[in-house]
Design a protein around this ligand. Structure first.
Ligand SMILES: Cc1ncc(COP(=O)(O)O)c(C=O)c1O
Length: 346
């Protein structure tokens, strides 16, 4: 049975077309003559914010189009993805099931309490069993236990998720007005968001080349007098891996781009940095906590401990190391995850 009763599904499940932008001014940026702005995807919705909206909404559209009323996914006890899916399910009329890593008897995290409060059925499994989350036989067993469902992989890492993240390119283009970044930086876990962004930029370029309008995106809103030579190319994209041995993210982004075969998805100008993981996924050493505290007080922008804290720390390190030529304009994506602050002492 299809879920929900609203016939105007595309309006109900729409991804926002733009997001607020914050200017981040700091002594080190002035000294190095680098400008930094941040796209505040954390502010697009009180709960369904950050990259989650972009990954989940196309999945829910696909679920509804195929007549599913139940969506199942996987995540850890503090997962931003599980938190967002529970909210989206409640809001858009889907039953949701969260298969949670770890059955060690720990009390429910605030993330899981929130998910349950939004009607998500939670099912804890051992870490060993959790490793089978992509195994077809295991998924069949889950169908036997729960009935049929639309499956969203852990972290929303599937083609619908990537295609949703392709829309980030036009959101950036619509939000920036006269700021033309040379480089866009974002935090990477699976690489899905980055793959979508890179493909989306390639698609924007392709569309502009195909249209009679010869000006590239990111340049269209500039008065002609301010069009500098550098606006004739699109920004490059730099991912910051938040886990140890994040080299797999490069392979994953490459695989995603190849599988999309979208026009322009061969967009080549991207890189993944693997030295900013601070000891591994969800590790939050005191040095990083001090950095985040100072940053938040100085700029009034909250960071999450798992993703955007490491992104921001990487930015400061790269600028201080002189890796950007004077005049460079950077854009950081705030991909949300602020619910994760509830469990971390800063
Ligand atoms: C807040 C936040 N930022 C960044 C990411 C990284 O996204 P991806 O897994 O697509 O690389 C995630 C994970 O989805 C996240 O929750």
């Amino acid at each position: 049975m299809p879920a929900g009763g609203n016939p105007n599904l595309s309006a109900e499940l729409a991804i926002p077309g733009s997001a607020p932008v914050s200017d981040i001014a700091d002594e080190i940026f002035i000294e190095k003559n680098v400008s930094v702005q941040m796209l505040r995807l954390d502010q697009i919705d009180p709960v369904l914010s950050g990259n989650k909206a972009f990954k989940l909404i196309p999945n829910l559209v696909a679920a509804r189009a195929s007549g599913f009323d139940t969506v199942l996914s996987f995540g850890g006890a503090y997962s931003n993805h599980i938190h967002a899916l529970a909210e989206a399910g409640k809001r858009f009329g889907f039953k949701t099931i969260g298969v949670i890593r770890g059955d060690d008897g720990q009390a429910d995290s605030h993330t899981l309490q929130f998910a349950a409060s939004r009607g998500m059925r939670l099912f804890r499994i051992s870490r060993q069993e959790y490793r089978r989350r992509a195994d077809a036989q295991f998924i069949d067993q889950l169908r036997d236990a729960f009935g049929d469902f639309y499956l969203v992989p852990e972290g929303g890492a599937n083609e619908s998720g990537i295609r949703g993240c392709m829309q980030l390119a036009s959101v950036i283009n619509n939000s920036l007005h006269t700021y033309l970044p040379d480089e866009i930086m974002l935090a990477c876990g699976t690489g899905t968001t980055m793959a979508g962004l890179v493909a989306g930029l390639g698609e924007l370029r392709h569309k502009s080349e195909m249209s009679s309008d010869t000006s590239l995106p990111f340049a269209t809103s500039l008065p002609s007098a301010t069009r500098l030579p550098s606006v004739t190319r699109l920004p490059s994209v730099r991912g910051i891996a938040v886990l140890k041995q994040g080299g797999f993210i490069r392979a994953e982004v490459t695989r995603c781009l190849q599988s999309l075969r979208a026009p322009g998805s061969e967009f080549p100008d991207w890189a993944v940095e693997t030295e900013h993981h601070y000891g591994g996924y969800a590790r939050f050493p005191e040095a990083l906590a001090i950095f985040v505290r100072e940053f938040e007080i100085r700029h009034g922008i909250l960071l999450d401990p798992v993703y955007t804290a490491k992104l921001m720390a990487a930015l400061y390190q790269r600028v201080a190391a002189g890796l950007y030529p004077p005049g460079t304009r950077l854009l950081l994506l705030h991909t949300g995850g602020l619910q994760g602050r509830m469990t971390t002492q800063y």
